[in-house]
Design a binder for this molecule. Structure first.
Ligand code: DX5
Ligand code: ZN
Length: 225
């Protein structure tokens, strides 16, 4: 990794009338992943995109697609997203009574498995599955919409998960999603996060996508541990 953290622009904030160009701009600006926010209007009060958009994105970009399922009954759709080209499939612990079962289903389809927590969901919901996942996604806004303000009260949850992942020697990426910009990326990094989803800070940057990605990269000095 050329940088000391993963940057995953969230396409929810992209200009969908020029999606391929926007994804190409992320790729040439060395984004690591593309984050795809899937919402069903039930688990969250918004409806966004499905496997159809994931399939289009994998034709438009070589970047791994980090697909975030903010949906009820995600087990019904895992296969469709895997077939559409998802590299990572993230499910919310709150929507999966049999979390380990769905994690194994995701991995059996050849995708990396992630587990996400909304701000109100305690880290204890995911503790038992930490050794089996490839990423843990801590929501730093209430899932549903881009452009919300970062919730600093999530920093202790990030730090606690960092400690547990390190204690258990888990290789899972600790990822944060929501309200990430320069100052908030720094505080989440200091709490132990090493993968950052950013929608507004990248796609709505006043000087364009490359400038947005560059300013996020520069928010952490390269010599930071
Ligand atoms: C919330 C979404 C957003 C999005 C990022 O459900 O998941 O967090 O990815 O949006 P920004 O970076 O604009 O807060
Ligand atoms: Zn997301």
């Amino acid at each position: 990794m050329a940088h000391n953290f993963i940057l995953a622009p969230s396409i929810i904030a992209a200009d969908f009338t020029h999606l391929a160009d926007e994804l190409a701009a992320c790729e040439s600006a060395s984004a690591d992943w593309l984050h795809v926010d899937v919402m069903d209007g039930h688990f969250v009060p918004n409806i966004t995109m499905g496997p159809f958009i994931v399939e289009a994105c994998q034709r438009a970009s070589k970047l791994p697609l980090d697909v975030h399922l903010m949906i009820e009954n995600p087990e019904r759709y895992i296969e469709a997203f895997a077939k559409a080209g998802a590299a990572h499939i993230i499910v919310h612990a709150e929507t999966c009574p049999n979390l380990l079962e769905i994690i194994n289903q995701i991995k059996s389809l050849g995708c990396k498995a992630g587990v996400a927590l909304n701000p109100v969901a305690p880290a204890s919901l995911v503790e038992d599955v930490l050794p089996y996942v490839d990423s843990v996604l801590v929501m730093t806004v209430h899932a549903g919409f881009g452009g919300q303000a970062f919730m600093p009260e999530m920093l202790p949850k990030i730090a606690m998960l960092r400690r547990r992942l390190d204690e258990l020697h888990c290789a899972a990426a600790l990822e944060v999603d929501g309200g990430i910009g320069e100052p908030t990326l720094r505080s989440a990094y200091e709490a132990g996060a090493r993968a950052f989803v950013a929608g507004t800070a990248v796609f709505r940057h006043p000087h364009g996508i490359a400038a947005g990605i560059k300013s996020l990269r520069e928010s952490i000095a390269l010599d930071a541990s």
